[in-house]
Design a protein around this ligand. Structure first.
Ligand SMILES: [Zn+2]
Length: 396
């Protein structure tokens, strides 16, 4: 059995439904320590929601000047998985790795235990080939990515910032591909900003509207206006910012009562052309223009980030081309990922993992060939970084 497959299966066998890690990070530590990684387990969160985080670092000293700090590549990801849903719907037990028609089935097989295994095995092979590499390698792994993500990657990033830890390049192993591993990588993500709007009216009998104030009627023209706003036009990396209503609630349930308030939940997915402040201000000005009495509660889910095509994206693109014969499509679509936190402390962040067609679904799976391809691509990225750094030393 291939080493990548073996480790993926060990990880899938751990019942690590978010925020549980089960024994996943220990399995990783058992492989990282012999390679020379210093491993730190960082427990965070309240007693009823304990999150397990792993920060592991193997430091390289540049041969030219051992006093200098070598650049740091960090592999990031998560050991937690989403719940299985009804077990009856699965063709085989979600936590028993099963093979059918060249595919490996199990919860986490594509999101993202396969990526963790591919990272570890690629590193083992890389260090065999390069016992004294020119860059440091780190692992930032959490068990709180699929949940609220309050005590996971964000907490470790805060700690790393306090310590002044250098981070140059990051590969997040989220499943970003469509058909073949490496056909799409994410070099950024949109930001997310949610709001809860409470519009005040006056409750009353529906037959006496002159004695009441209907908040549904009051907010309707403002909502129509908000739906039509062009918040920005996007840019070369991002589609335009969007605004969507997710919930509207008003009414007592009775059909003869004008409700006293109307609650509207909404969300912006925004690009780097808009800011939290600019979006908040513009939305408020519409509400004020309609002379509404209201309160607003905001939640910033994540700021947008972008890694423009440059040296690191180039290395990743070349590695993918060498393995696949064609370059990856760069994309910033999809939901948020932990990349949003890492981008605050690391210069260049990209996301690269297996196809995502079955993630979070019943009968989640990965093609065995894609598992090996992923390991090859990660290894090739490591090799190309090493080659580039050796070239720099030679030419200077
Ligand atoms: Zn994931």
């Amino acid at each position: 059995m291939s080493k990548t497959l073996e480790l993926t299966e060990q990880l899938i066998s751990q019942v690590s439904v978010t925020p549980a890690d089960a024994n996943c990070q220990n399995l990783l530590i058992q492989r990282l320590k012999p390679m020379g990684f210093e491993c730190e387990t960082l427990m965070r969160g309240p007693d009823d929601f304990r999150v397990t985080n792993l920060w592991a670092l193997k430091t390289a000293k540049p041969k030219s000047d051992p006093a200098l700090c070598a650049p740091v590549l960090v592999f990031a990801g998560h050991t937690d998985v989403v719940p299985t849903g009804p077990l009856k719907a699965w063709s085989s037990d979600p936590f028993t790795p099963s093979h059918r028609e060249g595919k490996l089935y199990g919860r986490g097989s594509s999101d993202m235990k396969s990526s963790l295994a591919a990272m570890v095995v690629a590193l083992e092979e890389f260090f065999d080939l390069n016992p004294a590499p020119s860059f440091s390698v780190a692992f930032l792994i959490t068990s709180d990515e699929e949940g609220p993500a309050n005590d996971g990657t964000v907490a470790v990033c805060e700690l790393l910032q306090e310590r002044g830890q250098r981070l140059d390049w990051c590969i997040v192993g989220e499943p970003t591909s469509i058909k073949i591993t490496g056909d799409m990588i994410k070099n950024g993500r949109r930001g997310t900003l949610s709001g809860k709007l409470v519009v005040k009216g006056i409750q009353g009998h529906i037959a006496y509207p002159q004695l009441a104030k209907n908040p549904i009627h009051l907010i309707s023209p403002a909502l129509a206006e908000l739906v039509d706003i062009e918040w920005d036009q996007g840019n070369e990396f991002f589609p335009p910012t969007t605004w969507q209503i997710s919930n509207i609630h008003a009414g007592t349930g009775a059909n003869n009562v004008i409700p006293g308030e109307c609650i509207v939940d909404f969300n912006f997915r925004f690009c780097t052309e808009s800011s939290v402040e600019s979006l908040q201000q513009r939305l408020k000005s519409v509400l004020d223009h309609h002379a509404l009495e209201y309160s607003l509660q905001w939640t910033v889910g994540g700021l947008p980030f972008i890694t423009p095509p440059g040296e690191f994206v180039g290395v990743v693109q070349n590695a993918i081309e060498k393995v696949n014969g064609h370059k990856a499509q760069l994309s910033t679509t999809g939901g948020t990922s932990d990349g949003r936190f890492i981008a605050q402390v690391c210069k260049e962040v990209i996301e690269l993992g297996p196809p995502n067609a079955s993630i979070h679904k019943v009968d989640e799976h990965i093609e065995l060939s894609e598992l090996e391809r992923l390991k090859h691509i990660y290894l090739e990225i490591l090799q190309q970084l090493q080659e580039n750094l050796t070239k720099v030393v030679r030419s200077s």
